[in-house]
Write a protein that binds this ligand. Structure first.
Ligand code: UFG
Length: 369
């Protein structure tokens, strides 16, 4: 299927699983833009949540990055549970490190499809770790989530907060289980270096407006939902509860611009080169500031210049009132801080949504009725 794979590459490579998706594609862009660029960029993705034009050899997100940067991205449509295929990729490149995004991520869906989530997220991670071990690759950045903390016992949440307690969704448990597995791997063999980045709420899009979040079906998350209301694809935002113990009664979250998040991954990779760095490290990636649902709607109205119709409805099951990060460790350990504002997040989401009202699939096609 990939004939050139028979030629062994000696170029150092960075493998990015799930690199065609939302956070993955922005991280590929940041890696190229910020000069880890001498490495081959090798993306492994099974396209479960990334658009690929029929007949194209790679997903549209990666094609656009290639157009913008002039770089070639090596792409493999491989499922992480397909170990023989993974091994073929690892034997063809001199893999230096892996950034592991590939996972299913819809919280609600995970409740109805737990086995699919455990297989994709937990078994997929075990398969990847096994192949890495076989090829002597021991540097990994893992895409984790603040969901591992469960209901916050105190705010802001720092990395010392207990994890795994009271997790309500299989999705959240998969992130927690994977972290525990990776901790054990690091205990068993001191050559491993694993950084688990616990994301708060990623939003926004690349400043070019050419890559961004492209949820399939009706978005589960607030920001893409607001954006689709603004562009006229959906009629109104349903605000899930206004009786929380927060300043305006609506849920408060720590929204972080996806480009800041991507920069955090680049910083994490740089840490691997620091002498003496080893073992498992979990690090929050957030801004440290929370915004309510109503504040998000108001900020988007002002960025887009359009009214966002919205209606208060009942709380969504499983939601917490408030969540925001203690970001001091990310600053100390990675030398990283989020620098983009809520205005930037809304402006960039709006640019992406306006330029791509139907997401990636309008690239070469006219809109169907
Ligand atoms: N909300 C609405 N209407 C919507 C969607 C969301 O009012 O249509 C509200 C929610 O109730 C919440 C806030 O907007 O108060 C943010 O909701 P999101 O669904 O955007 O994000 P969550 O904080 O619920 O979930 C995010 C990630 C998950 C992760 C979780 C960890 O999407 O993957 O954070 O806390 F597990």
């Amino acid at each position: 299927m990939y004939p050139w794979l028979r030629r062994p590459y000696t170029m150092p490579a960075t493998v990015i699983t799930g690199g065609a998706g939302y956070v993955g594609s922005h991280t590929v862009m940041a890696l190229i833009e910020q000069g880890i660029s001498n490495n081959e960029i090798v993306v492994i993705d099974n396209l479960s949540n990334a658009y690929c034009e029929q007949g194209d050899d790679k997903p549209t997100s990666l094609k656009r990055i290639e157009e913008m940067t002039g770089r070639t991205i090596r792409f493999f449509n491989i499922d992480l549970n397909d170990e023989p295929e993974l091994c073929r990729v690892f034997s063809a490149f001199d893999v230096q490190c892996v950034i592991h995004f590939a996972a299913l991520k819809a919280v609600g869906e995970s409740v109805t499809k737990p086995l699919e989530y455990y297989e994709a997220n937990v078994a997929g991670t075990i398969s990847l770790l096994g192949v890495m071990r076989r090829f002597g690759v021991t540097k990994l950045v893992y895409s984790s989530s603040c969901t591992v903390y469960g209901e916050p016992r105190k705010l802001p949440i720092d990395e010392g907060h207990p994890t795994g307690d009271g997790l309500t969704s299989p999705y959240g448990k998969t992130k927690f289980f994977c972290e525990e597995i990776m901790k054990d791997v690091c205990i068993s063999d001191k050559s491993w270096k694993i950084i688990s980045l616990r994301y708060f709420n990623p939003v926004g899009a690349h400043s070019s407006g050419r890559i961004g979040e492209d949820p399939s079906g009706i978005p589960n998350n607030l920001m893409p939902y607001i954006a689709q209301v603004a562009v006229g694809r959906l009629s109104e935002v349903l605000v899930f509860g206004n009786d929380y113990n927060t300043p305006d009664g609506t849920g408060v979250r720590d929204y972080i611009h996806v480009e800041d998040l991507a920069d955090g991954h680049v910083k994490a990779i740089r840490l691997f080169d620091q002498p003496g760095f080893s073992g498992f490290h979990a690090v929050n990636l957030g801004t440290g500031t929370g915004y309510s649902v109503l504040q998000m709607i108001a900020a988007f109205e002002s960025a887009s210049g359009r009214p966002i119709p919205h209606r208060i409805v009942a709380r969504r099951a499983g939601d917490i009132a408030e969540n925001y990060a203690d970001v001091s460790l990310s600053h100390r350990l990675l030398g990283w801080r989020a620098v983009r504002t809520l205005e930037d997040m809304c402006r960039d989401t709006w640019r992406w949504q306006k330029q791509n009202p139907e997401g990636f699939k309008t690239t070469h096609k006219t809109k169907k009725n």
